[in-house]
Design a protein around this ligand. Structure first.
Ligand code: R5P
Length: 268
């Protein structure tokens, strides 16, 4: 069932549940841009669903906005991802399922059940379908290594990571190559988010410079526009793909319905 939805002239949003509810309700709602509006829509939708009689409300969030602000690097910063999750719980969500929430460990501190759903099985299935199952899976930084390893394990291939450092004050990034067995091989760079494409482009170029035969790029959440696609193709990517967690301009799309459905089935 779809909620009725409108935006008032002043920008405030409105939703309505068009029927009575007696059962447990699962709201599937991504928080891609405009993320602030989407977040308020989700919060008031939970209230609407409860008001319509739902016995319990669960949220499936294919893309969780604010997930990257997951720690206090400088004093006085928020842990935005926890604030967002706590707001959902406060309004009445009992459990949340998030596809690739950037830092699966931190969401466990939200104070209620929040489950990170790995996109690795979906990425592996996609690469198998594309005939790239023998590729080396490269994480553009160590934070992305667990995911890369999961993809590699599903494909019975290998994974490794580059070393990235971001200066907390200037935001300037430096990346170091590590000794990875990619000479003459196909490589797939896998990351959770592609925004400007800078992180992926750097990894693609480094892999090619270090002897990769071909490099493809897979981002789970494509929050960048077509400029990011151009950037990755210019860096030398054979193809670029992303999941359907939000709309994107890519022709290659990774299906995520099965990983999300099986995560929900295992809990509810
Ligand atoms: C950062 O920690 C994320 O995992 C991504 O690597 C990052 O958001 C990608 O951003 P961009 O495409 O702008 O380099």
């Amino acid at each position: 069932m779809r909620l009725e939805h409108k935006v008032f002239p002043d920008g405030e949003v409105y939703v309505r549940v068009p029927t009575d509810l007696r059962e447990e309700v699962l709201i599937v709602y991504g928080l891609a841009a405009p993320q602030n509006q989407r977040l308020v829509e989700l919060l008031i939708a939970v209230d609407a669903v409860q008001g319509a009689g739902a016995r319990a409300v669960y949220a499936v969030i294919p893309y969780l906005a604010y997930a990257r602000q997951d720690r206090r690097v400088l004093p006085g910063e928020p842990i935005s991802v926890l604030a967002v999750l706590k707001a959902l719980h406060a309004v009445g969500v009992s459990e949340v399922f998030v596809l690739e929430p950037h830092n699966p460990r931190v969401i466990g501190r939200a104070g209620f059940p929040v489950h990170a759903v790995s996109a690795a099985p979906a990425v592996a299935a996609f690469l198998r379908k594309e005939g790239w199952e023998d590729a080396f899976i490269l994480a553009p930084d160590e934070g992305a290594l667990d995911r890369a390893r999961q993809v590699a394990a599903a494909l019975h291939t290998q994974a490794g990571a580059l070393k990235k450092h971001r200066d907390p004050h200037t935001g300037k990034i430096s990346v170091r190559w590590t000794d990875l067995p990619i000479k003459g091989r196909r490589v797939v760079v896998v990351d959770d988010i592609v925004s400007t494409g800078g992180t992926m482009a750097r990894a693609i170029q480094m892999a090619l410079q270090h002897g990769a035969k071909e490099v493809a790029a897979v981002g789970v959440h494509w929050i960048g526009g077509s400029n990011a696609v151009r950037r990755l193709l210019d860096a030398g990517a054979t193809f670029v793909a992303a999941s359907e967690s939000m709309k994107h301009p890519l022709s290659k799309c990774i299906q995520i319905d099965e990983v999300l459905a099986s995560a929900v089935r295992s809990r509810i």
